[in-house]
Design a protein around this ligand. Structure first.
Ligand SMILES: NC(=O)c1ccc[n+]([C@@H]2O[C@H](COP(=O)([O-])OP(=O)(O)OC[C@H]3O[C@@H](n4cnc5c(N)ncnc54)[C@H](O)[C@@H]3O)[C@@H](O)[C@H]2O)c1
Length: 317
């Protein structure tokens, strides 16, 4: 297939794209390269990287021409970054999305896969499914919800639209994100010798990055009628933060320090709908922890405390 991966120079994209190339797809990554592109397999003849912004609709439209499917990962993808510049988050995470979807549809793209998030749900102590009411509590989550609504509005028999609502992802990728909960705990264990947990009883959701990649691959090939107009939660566990910290502490032999946290809201989701597609996660959170520890022990990210490239913390304009 000819694929256009918006925001493909990302944590998830840097793991997914090489696998799509190995499956024989032709890929164009369209990304403003906020975190660079040195980690992409740019010597592969089947990969082209376009450095451009989602807000540049003419460039986006040109990139959509003669593509079979779009995987849309581009985003200001952390609440702290959205809070730093809410106007920009609104422009990138919300306003430019509907025109981008419409352009893809007009250019004859058949399938549009959007990277949404469990952040579209409000807080809950019991696992929410895809039919639960959406009540996001963050700017990031509100943006995801609005984009989903814009996506569903463009659905047609010729234009299959679907969305992943992923839990917080963990595990190794060439464009590493050490700010994500479990990756950060491993970082702190390996670099600081202590895992600091704020609160700990609040529930959070997690999934291995390979499982996210496998699900995108499934969405590219599965019959349209099974996914059209539907969102899918991607999750392995919903568990208290202290349980995740205990996994990392056990694997690294590190102590945990608990500090108070004012906001102890919980977020929990069910992955039952994805299972109806025959999708059965194989890689676990514990696998992700072991793999990232191994990378640290092999000398990766020695500059992790000073190099902003591994953290979604940078100020974006
Ligand atoms: N990582 C997670 O835990 C997680 C969980 C749920 C959903 N998601 C979603 O999955 C997608 C990928 O996540 P990630 O962690 O790989 O993100 P990331 O932050 O690593 O990458 C985002 C990418 O989008 C690009 N980008 C940002 N603004 C752009 C713009 N205006 N024009 C063009 N490119 C732009 C950046 O350069 C970057 O390469 C995001 O949409 C994110 O919201 C991620």
């Amino acid at each position: 297939m000819k694929l256009l991966v918006a925001g493909g120079a990302s944590y998830i994209g840097s793991w997914l794209v090489p696998q799509l190339l190995a499956e024989g797809h032709d890929i164009v990554i369209y990304d403003r390269l906020l975190f660079g592109s040195g980690f992409l397999p740019k010597d592969n003849d089947c990969l082209k990287v376009i450095k451009a912004d989602m807000r540049d609709l003419a460039s986006w439209r040109a990139a959509c021409m003669r593509k079979d499917a779009v995987i849309y990962l581009a985003s200001i993808s952390r609440e702290a970054m959205c809070q730093q510049n809410p106007e920009l988050a609104q422009k990138i995470n919300v306003e430019c999305f509907a025109p981008c979807v419409q352009a893809a549809k007009e250019e004859g793209v058949n399938r549009f896969i959007y990277a949404s998030s469990v952040a579209v749900y409000g807080s809950s102590t019991t696992p929410l499914d895809e039919d639960s009411a959406l009540a996001p509590t963050t700017l990031y989550g509100q943006g995801k919800m609005l984009c989903e609504q814009a996506l569903w509005a463009e659905a047609s028999p010729e234009f299959t639209v679907t969305a992943t609502r992923s839990a917080s992802v963990c595990g190794y990728a060439p464009r590493m994100r050490l700010d994500l909960t479990i990756n950060r705990m491993i970082h702190d264990a390996m670099r600081k010798g202590i895992i600091t947990v704020e609160g700990g009883n609040q529930v959070r959701t997690h999934i291995h990055i390979q499982e996210v990649s496998d699900f995108y691959k499934l969405l590219l090939t599965i019959p349209a009628e099974q996914i059209a107009g539907k969102a899918f939660n991607l999750v392995e566990v919903s568990e208290p933060v202290i349980h995740s910290a205990l996994r990392v502490a056990g694997a690294t032999g590190t102590k945990i320090k608990r500090v108070p946290r004012a906001d102890d809201r919980s977020y929990a989701v069910s992955g039952a709908r994805a299972a109806t597609l025959g999708y059965a996660p194989k890689k676990t959170i514990n696998d992700a922890i072991a793999e990232v520890i191994l990378k640290f022990r092999s000398g990766y990210w020695t500059d992790s405390e000073t190099n902003p490239r591994y953290q979604n913390m940078a100020h974006v304009s």
